[in-house]
Design a protein around this ligand. Sequence first.
Ligand code: XMP
Length: 430
Amino acid sequence: MKQDMIVILDLGSTENTTIARQIRDLGVYSEIHPHDITPKELNELQNVKGIILNGGENRVVDGAPVDVDPALYECGYPMLAVSHPTAKCEKILEALPDLAALKEFVFADCKAQANWNMKNFIADQVERIREQVGEKKVLLALSGGVDSSVVAAMLIKAIGQQLVCVHVNHGLMRKDESESVVQVFKNQLHANLIYVDAVERFLGKLEGVADPEQKRKIIGGEFIRVFEEEARKLEGIDFLGQGTIYPDIIESGTKTAKMVKSHHNVGGLPSDLKFELVEPLKQLFKDEVRACGIELGLPESMVYRQPFPGPGLGVRCLGAITRERLEAVRESDAILREEFEKAGLNKKVWQYFTVVPDFKSVGVKNNARSFDYMVIIRAINTIDAMSATIETIDWNVLQKITDRILAEVEHVNRVCYDMSPKPPATIEFE
Ligand code: XMP
């Protein structure tokens, strides 16, 4: 273990992550653990320099206040308690420590070194992965999204050819996306990558299905089936790599925090496929995952890509998907992204994409009547995707994108800009 660590024990505070982030900002690694961690588990964490007992509004579970195992007080670590009236340590604060108090605890009391950086984090994780996996094999569903890409790069560094990546092209990827997964992981990083062309299979299943929820279910369900089929063809796989990151864990609820939504990455695999999970990013926040990806040598375009929904372009080709309209979404999205990059908007706007509805409107082309589809442009800013505002885009940029879409994308005769914030709209259309 290359870096010192401060452990935060979650006694029902909603501010665990705030403190963890502040400590990491001081250059010291910090992890959050449940309040009922045992002394043995605590001692197994390496390089622990101190403990913060962080109490708060969710301290009472099922009518009884939660508390730590009293034996923890005997483990010999410096301790700081926040809003935790029954704590038995010397330092007890009524409210969250300010920066000065936090610095004093971390550096003066715990004598922690400010040695938290991505190089050390990666070195630690590589060591842990090798210890966990040994000579065995790990399977990973590699979508090309930020989290799965960074996990793949980390696992390649740790165990090389013992990692088997499966990339399923469901036909709903953005332009050149599957190709770039192959290019980066197979050609550059020499990963053991199985590329599954499942385009026809997915589009076949989706044929004629217009209901948004039904479409999502088909895409999600089919994905699991394809992945499962690939897993069954392989032998001697004991582990499943997952791009779980810290916010996924928070949103799934902890012992003292309520669940926001169930966390699933490759959830739903049949129970006879028993894998132990390898989740090397599960303590990282999104910006740290990106920094980790850059440190591991992934291209910026992969690490800083905007969020993209699991069901892909399937939820942007509205109603029953047709190949014609799917191509129109894909091509217009590529033009939008290219022009946003040229205008420097890719770094400024949180998410931007195009949508093609399933109705036509009348237009004129070559002096004759046309009856074709429209492309809707959407560009939003948000902090947490729970609410969103629309981005004000320079008229000239919009004009250029519109001209290009109308000239280059087949079956389109109209371009609109979506002005709706969330709420009442959602970010995606389906
Ligand atoms: P909505 O449309 O709910 O989207 O306002 C909020 C954010 O979540 C993304 N999104 C998804 N991401 N799987 C994902 O991984 C999905 O099924 C999914 N649906 C929406 C959406 O792009 C936006 O960033």
